[in-house]
Design a protein around this ligand. Structure first.
Ligand code: SF4
Ligand code: SF4
Length: 442
C-alpha cells in the first residue's frame, strides 16, 4: 500500500468518524427532547403500525393527493434511497483504500452485470433528480407557489429549503464527475469500459484528457461526493429534512383513533364520574394537576415527534379554513414553533443544566392566543398531512390551558360553556323546550 493511499484511508476515517460522532450527539439530543414530553400510550397493534408506516412513509400514499408534486417528490425519494447502495461502495473503498471494490469483487460473474445495472439505474434517477431539483427551485423562486410564500417560511426555513436543493445539485454533479472520469479511464484500458451509459457518454467527452488529469477529476468527484454526504448528515438534524428519517417512526406511531377525536382529560373525567356516582373512587394522581399544555414539555412525546417530523410542506395550511379566510392561524407554523421552542429550550438546558428556564413558554411567546382561537377544529390539517401529523392535537392542548388554567376565553365562548353546563347544548334553551318547535307541525 502506498503512502498516499494510507493518508487517504486515515483522512477518510477521521472525516467519517468525526462527522458520525457529531451527528450522533445531535440526534441523541433530539431523542432526549422528544422524551421530555409527557407520556402518551398509543393503543394500536403492530400490524396497524406497520401498515401505516409502509403505506404513508414508505409508499408516500398521502402525497398523491397532489399528483404532480407527489410524482416529482417520488423521484427524489427513490433516488435518495437507491443512491445509498453506491454509498456503501464509497465507504468500503474509503476504508480499504481501493477503488470500485464491488465492481472488482464481482469481476467476471453475473453479479458484475447487476452492479452495472444498479449504477446505471442510479445515474438515470440522479439525472431526473437534477431536473426535479431545478423545478423545485423554480417552484419557490419563479412560480411562487402560494404555500411556499407564507410568512412563517421567511428567513431560515426558506434558506434551509434552498440549501438542501443546492446540496442535491452539487452531490449529483460530483457523482457524474466521479463516474465520468472513471468511465473515461476504464475505457482507455478496456474497450468495453464499465458500461455506464450516462456517465460513459460524459466520459467519452473528457477522454481526451491525460490519464493523470482524469484520475485527479475522479478523486475530486469521489471526495466531493463523500464530503457532501457527510455535510448532509451533519446538517440534517438542524433541518426540516429530518423528516426523511422521522417520517418512519412518526407514521409507525400513528394514533389509531378517528382523526380529530378529542380525548377526555382524566382529572375532569374523574371529577364528573364522582359527581354522578358517589361510590366512584378516582385513581391517585402524582404531582400537580395541569390542564392542557403551556409549554412544549407539557405536550406528549408524540406531539413533539410530530413537530420534528414536519416537512414544512404547507399542505395543512393550504387546507385550513381559518388561514384561507385571512386569520393568523397556520397549522404549519404551529408545528414549526413547537420545534423551535424545543430547540431553544434544549440549547438552554445544555448550557445551564436541566432546571433551565427562560421565563418564556410556547403559549404566548411563540404561538399567540389569536392563532389558537381561530381554529375551528375542522380537522382538515390532520387529513392533509402527508406524514400523519396532528397540528390540531397541539392546538387543543394549548387552548385547554388557556381556558382552564388562565380562564382566558372570549365572552361568546363563556356563554356557550355555561349553556353546555346548564342546558346540555350550546344554545340558551332549557332541555325541556327542545321539542317545542314540533308543536307548530301538523
Ligand atoms: S383543525 Fe384548525 S388548524 Fe386544522 S385546518 Fe381546521 S381550522 Fe385549521
Ligand atoms: S404538519 Fe404535515 S402538512 Fe403541515 S407542513 Fe408539516 S408535514 Fe406538511
Amino acid at each position: 500500500m502506498s503512502l498516499l493511499t494510507l493518508i487517504q484511508i486515515i483522512l477518510f476515517i477521521l472525516l467519517a468518524g468525526t462527522s458520525g460522532y457529531i451527528a450522533f450527539k445531535k440526534f441523541k439530543e433530539i431523542y432526549d427532547n422528544i422524551h421530555r414530553g409527557r407520556p402518551e400510550i398509543i393503543h394500536s397493534s403492530l400490524g396497524f403500525r406497520l401498515k401505516s408506516m409502509l403505506l404513508v412513509a414508505f409508499g408516500q400514499k398521502k402525497m398523491f393527493k397532489l399528483t404532480v408534486p407527489a410524482f416529482l417528490h417520488l423521484i427524489i425519494y427513490a433516488s435518495f434511497v437507491i443512491t445509498q447502495i453506491e454509498l456503501i461502495e464509497i465507504f468500503l473503498d474509503g476504508l480499504t483504500g481501493s477503488h470500485r471494490i464491488l465492481y472488482h469483487a464481482f469481476e467476471g460473474s453475473f453479479m458484475q452485470s447487476i452492479y452495472v445495472f444498479v449504477i446505471n439505474f442510479i445515474e438515470v434517477l440522479s439525472l431526473l433528480t437534477f431536473f426535479v431539483t431545478i423545478i423545485f427551485i423554480l417552484r419557490r423562486t419563479t412560480f411562487k407557489v402560494k404555500r411556499f410564500q407564507m410568512p412563517e417560511l421567511k428567513g431560515w426555513p426558506w434558506k434551509d429549503a434552498m440549501n438542501i436543493l443546492g446540496f442535491e445539485i452539487i452531490l449529483i454533479t460530483f457523482i457524474f464527475l466521479m463516474n465520468g472520469a472513471d468511465s473515461a479511464l476504464h475505457s482507455k484500458e478496456h474497450v468495453s469500459g464499465y458500461g455506464f451509459l450516462l456517465s460513459g457518454y460524459f466520459g467519452s467527452l473528457i477522454a481526451i484528457l491525460p490519464n493523470g488529469a482524469l484520475e485527479f477529476l475522479g478523486r475530486i468527484g469521489w471526495w466531493g461526493h463523500l464530503c457532501m454526504v457527510l455535510t448532509f448528515l451533519l446538517y440534517l438534524p438542524y433541518s426540516k429534512h429530518l423528516h426523511i428519517l422521522l417520517a418512519f417512526p412518526n407514521t409507525f406511531f400513528t394514533r389509531p383513533e378517528q382523526k380529530g377525536e378529542i380525548h377526555n382529560m382524566p382529572a375532569i373525567q374523574y371529577e364528573v364520574q364522582s359527581m354522578m356516582d358517589p361510590s366512584f373512587k378516582a385513581p391517585e394522581t402524582e404531582g400537580e394537576i395541569k390542564f392542557g399544555a403551556k409549554d412544549v414539555y407539557d405536550l406528549s412525546w408524540k406531539n413533539l415527534l410530530d413537530a420534528y417530523s414536519c416537512t414544512e410542506c404547507g399542505r395543512c395550511t393550504s387546507a385550513c379554513p381559518a388561514n384561507q379566510t385571512g386569520k393568523k392561524l397556520s397549522p404549519r407554523k404551529i408545528m414549526m414553533d413547537t420545534r423551535d421552542r424545543m430547540e431553544d429550550l434544549s440549547k438552554g438546558i445544555k448550557k445551564h443544566g436541566p432546571d433551565f428556564t427562560d421565563n418564556k413558554s410556547l403559549l404566548g411567546d411563540y404561538i399567540t392566543k389569536e392563532e389558537l382561537r381561530a381554529c375551528t377544529t375542522c380537522n382538515a390539517c390532520v387529513e392533509e398531512c402527508p406524514v400523519n401529523i396532528s397540528p390540531l392535537s397541539i392546538i387543543l392542548e394549548l387552548r385547554r390551558n388557556m381556558i382552564m388554567e388562565e380562564a382566558d376565553s372570549p365572552v361568546e365562548w363563556n356563554n356557550m360553556f355555561a349553556n353546555m353546563e346548564n342546558n346540555q347544548a350550546p344554545w340558551q334553551f332549557s332541555p325541556s323546550d327542545r321539542l317545542k318547535w314540533t308543536e307548530e307541525l301538523n
